[in-house]
Design a protein around this ligand. Sequence first.
Ligand SMILES: Nc1nc2c(c(=O)[nH]1)N[C@H]1C(S)=C(S)[C@@H](COP(=O)(O)OP(=O)(O)OC[C@H]3O[C@@H](n4cnc5c(=O)[nH]c(N)nc54)[C@H](O)[C@@H]3O)O[C@H]1N2
Ligand SMILES: Nc1nc2c(c(=O)[nH]1)N[C@H]1C(S)=C(S)[C@@H](COP(=O)(O)OP(=O)(O)OC[C@H]3O[C@@H](n4cnc5c(=O)[nH]c(N)nc54)[C@H](O)[C@@H]3O)O[C@H]1N2
Ligand code: SF4
Ligand SMILES: [Mo]
Length: 743
Amino acid sequence: MITTTHHRICPLCEACCGLEIKVEDHKVISVRGHEADVFSAGYICPKAVALKDLHEDPDRLRSPMVKRNGVHVAVTWDEAFAEIERRLPPLMAAHGRDAVGLVTGNPSAHKIGLLTYFPKLARGLGTKTIFSASSVDQIPKQLASGLMFGNWLSIAVPDIARSDLLIVIGANPLASNGSMWTVPDFRGKAKAMQARGGQLIVIDPRRTETAAVADAHHFIRPGADVFLLSAMVHTLFAENLVRLGAVQEWVTGVDEVRAAVAPFAPEAVAARCAIDADTIRALARQLANTPRAAVYARIGTCTQEYGTLASWLVDVLNVLTGHLDAPGGAMFANAAAFSANSSGAAGRGKGIATGRRQSRVSGAPEVMGEFPINCIAEEIEQPGPGQMRALITVATNPVLSVPNGPRLAKALDTLDFMVSLDIYLNETTRHADVILPGPSPLEDLHYDVAFPQMSWRNHARYSPPVFARAENQPEEWENLLRIAAIAQGLGAGVDIGALDDSQFADDAQRSFGPHADAVIAATQGLRGPQRALDLALRAGPHGDAFGQKPEGLNLHKVMASNPSGGIDLGELQPRIPEMLRTPSGKVELAPPSLLADLPRALADLQRPAPDMVVIGRRDVRTNNSWMHNLPTLAKGPFRCTALVHPADAERLGLVEGAMATLENAQASLQAQVHISTDMMPGVVSLPHGWGHDLPGAQLSVAAQRPGVNLNALLDEKLRDPLSGNAVLSGVEVRMRAVESAAV
Ligand SMILES: Nc1nc2c(c(=O)[nH]1)N[C@H]1C(S)=C(S)[C@@H](COP(=O)(O)OP(=O)(O)OC[C@H]3O[C@@H](n4cnc5c(=O)[nH]c(N)nc54)[C@H](O)[C@@H]3O)O[C@H]1N2
Ligand SMILES: Nc1nc2c(c(=O)[nH]1)N[C@H]1C(S)=C(S)[C@@H](COP(=O)(O)OP(=O)(O)OC[C@H]3O[C@@H](n4cnc5c(=O)[nH]c(N)nc54)[C@H](O)[C@@H]3O)O[C@H]1N2
Ligand code: SF4
Ligand SMILES: [Mo]
């Protein structure tokens, strides 16, 4: 038996770990961390091992499905595209292009084919009715960063390797492995920081796995981060602790920020955030007085009513304490490819724009080219011009991942036509008329487009597919392009290679003008995302400039480095002012739209704490809604449990291990109680992505322990008005014991 060894970047989460996969007789026999990987040095988590299960999962779709008489049946690729051609163009002709909705989900961020060709599908459809999982996630952070630094992906990340203090707010990297910060083995890096005398501080309504290894942890009332953060900023001004450091001359708006936070004295906010004034001051002082320090905040601070304000204030703190763009502080990566903050003229740009249009029903502003994903149901339900009649979903499961999924599920059933690009027949795709599966992740090449832009260290790594694709299985970019072609009237039988060539030539013409022919010649022999990647690498900040810098990168070199673990491009370097793309050419510390939103928070200072609110939770063996079907991850203790503090358990008569009802005006569901002093009193924690008991799905393992859908309790109308992001944290619920007879 011949054993072959393959090196593959894990496509499952943002840590982007390098894997070593051994294969015998077309079967995966082991998945380990790749010790030589320049970026992740052998670290992995249990999900990587489950790639074998995913590859072999009998429920994973191997052929397209078409719904006939309410039942999904396997069809050929030609039949599937013929069905799309039969139904989509007439619908567009009758109801207009905006009547076709388009929504994409989390796995798209991890797939170069989906990420680079989704815009082509959007363009081909010509629709403005676009949504993504970004608006149940990180769009507030992107909006705040975009306004301050001029680009949607200019995200400052902690330079943890050189830091001596890290304040982590609303993130649990020990379970999530990091987000909007690509940092494999966070735990090891935090430990190393502690070993050199540094401190980790966590602020979270739950004493999380990350809090457990921290030097200090503070509970915070869910949704109240804006109050804590504004009071920390207030303290910096009040105590004359503001030192901008090296970026001093590149910052505008300091005085405006000082005035804006004047009402947010620590005493004024303490009750609202449930952190006392002395602690708030001490946090601000420690941050200011530690030369190498950073504040990092993630989903807990985004998925709330003040998500954009909170995300902004995090970087305001980093700037005012001299930690932005400074070694050991919050720095910007310099990605080898696809990075908008290293292309075009350095140091100045157009900045970002939002609100160029409003959503039809609730008037939500467009942000990053899309509308809030929470708007899909209302856009389908409400009659009138522009009503959504068809929906194309790309790697997303909004029936479970979006607030009030049950309403959305009902709405999906009323569509005239729905197409899903997905690898499972699940809670969302069961509504689709046509399902187009992607290949197994092990049959796909890999290069991360987004995450090197927020990595703890600069790097370039590429993985070829481990296995050849099954016969007839297209790559996903080809499927996106074919639907686009159908929508443009080119027909389902279009030659995808030729279409891709001509679009590439057009793009090259636009970007490179007189040099376009040379660029096209230089990428000869490549196609699809690989060609886009070669171009991006060569034109990128570390690139070979098409031969002008022979020592620089191109795809060939990055591919060749795969067995030795990729190419290390060194630690993060200061990049201000070069990376700024704001109209002023400065860090815009006081964007007017954000200042204008602060009075909303001020008016909310006295809001009393509800009896009980719900927050979410991640477990290292889960991945949002879609990996509960993999046996290696599904085994072990049941994870969809409701965590409550003993004081709440006592007052509500809840019993360890027994069932409790969580309910509000919208829904009622039952979950098993787990009593824990790790919870903040008045807060219950329930993970999202569960509820695999819906009819019509084909998830045989997940269905055995389906869990309940947290999002059934959450209100799709609750949004951060600036970013449109959903409120997932701090939503009021009632909780009571289920009579034992009902268990
Ligand atoms: N209450 C609550 N809700 C949340 C969250 C929370 O913290 N609390 N978190 C939110 C966050 S951060 C996110 S990102 C969203 C995620 O929301 P979604 O992106 O909608 O959901 P996922 O569960 O990631 O589902 C991914 C889908 O992609 C499919 N898929 C997997 N791999 C591939 C592939 O290679 N190709 C294709 N075509 N399909 C594939 C899966 O089968 C699944 O249907 O959920 C959000 N929802
Ligand atoms: N194992 C695993 N890893 C994942 C995922 C997964 O589902 N499973 N999902 C991936 C995705 S899509 C994402 S976006 C990332 C997210 O990565 P993280 O942001 O690290 O996500 P969580 O682990 O949910 O941590 C969020 C923390 O915020 C806390 N929190 C809730 N509400 C508030 C609040 O109002 N204020 C504060 N300060 N804290 C609050 C929660 O208790 C929780 O500990 O994880 C990714 N990685
Ligand atoms: S931490 Fe994320 S990238 Fe690393 S092995 Fe686990 S799932 Fe894969
Ligand atoms: Mo996410």
